[in-house]
Design a protein around this ligand. Structure first.
Ligand SMILES: [Zn+2]
Length: 273
């Protein structure tokens, strides 16, 4: 939930650009992999940056979000290029009354036909979170951090309890930033209704979820950069785990007692350790 003064359009475009650039720096968005969106409920002026308007069918009806604005990356666009030319790589959707359709605001220099192919998941997660928590702002990122994604190919990490007790043990910061741990969704076809449903369910109880053999989705109701941080915390944890596997598992990791001590000291409520 954000308090006034709310960020202006240019601030939001800049933060989405910085998040995209950072995801590229941590190698979580090769080529055109990954996508970003935010949803906000305060009135915002779009026409100066996105003067072209047409109607768009929404992937699902979202009547409670009538009047809300989405800013979303375009299909096939590179997250690292948003920062240089936001209007070429992003567009905005304002939800119409009734929540079945929206007004799609784009720019003359837009370089894509459609919004991201994962927009169904983005919209469904925003919808679920905004309606249940009442927040006026929500950010969602899909990225493909290689160590996280690699571990999701290894059968024993496909168990949520095993995944979290092994990944969260390498640094005290990890559980402080991801107190619910990392959710897990078995392999689902990209862009499919099954992946969308999995995201909605897992992101109710986690801030980040791994899509097996594909990548991650993270959310934040504070900022898009906070969502990107969550991708980085999870990827750093996976990097340590991978390092330990490569070194013949000689690392101790924080013990369950040490993890509980950290959580008590920092007032972290968790049920992983
Ligand atoms: Zn992907």
């Amino acid at each position: 939930m954000l308090q006034e003064p709310y960020p202006e359009l240019d601030d939001l475009l800049e933060m989405m650009g910085e998040a995209g650039q950072h995801l590229a720096e941590i190698e979580a968005s090769e080529g055109a992999a990954g996508n970003i969106s935010v949803c906000l409920r305060w009135p915002i002026e779009l026409r100066t940056r996105f003067p072209l308007v047409d109607d768009i069918e929404l992937p699902q009806p979202v009547p409670e979000l009538a009047g809300a604005t989405f800013i979303v990356s375009g299909s096939g666009r590179r997250l690292r290029e948003i920062i240089d030319e936001p209007t070429a790589n992003l567009s905005c959707i304002v939800i119409n009354e009734g929540g079945q359709t929206g007004k799609h605001y784009t720019s003359y220099n837009r370089r894509f036909e459609r919004v991201t192919s994962e927009f169904n998941s983005h919209m469904a997660v925003h919808y679920d979170q905004m309606v249940s928590s009442g927040t006026n702002f929500h950010a969602v990122i899909h990225a493909q951090p290689p160590h996280m994604t690699y571990l999701s190919h290894v059968p024993r990490y496909q168990n949520e309890s095993y995944l979290n007790t092994h990944l969260l043990r390498w640094q005290p910061e990890t559980i402080i930033n991801l107190p619910e741990g990392i959710g897990f969704i078995p392999f689902r076809l990209p862009g499919s209704p099954e992946l969308m449903a999995g995201n909605v369910e897992s992101l109710r109880t986690h801030r980040i979820v791994i899509w097996a053999k594909h990548g991650v989705m993270a959310r934040s109701d504070v900022s898009v950069k906070r969502a990107a941080d969550r991708v980085e915390y999870a990827e750093t944890a996976a990097k340590y785990e991978y390092l330990n596997l490569s070194a013949g598992e000689i690392g101790e990791g924080l013990t369950a007692d040490e993890m509980r001590e950290i959580c008590t000291a920092f007032n972290v409520k968790q049920n992983i350790f």
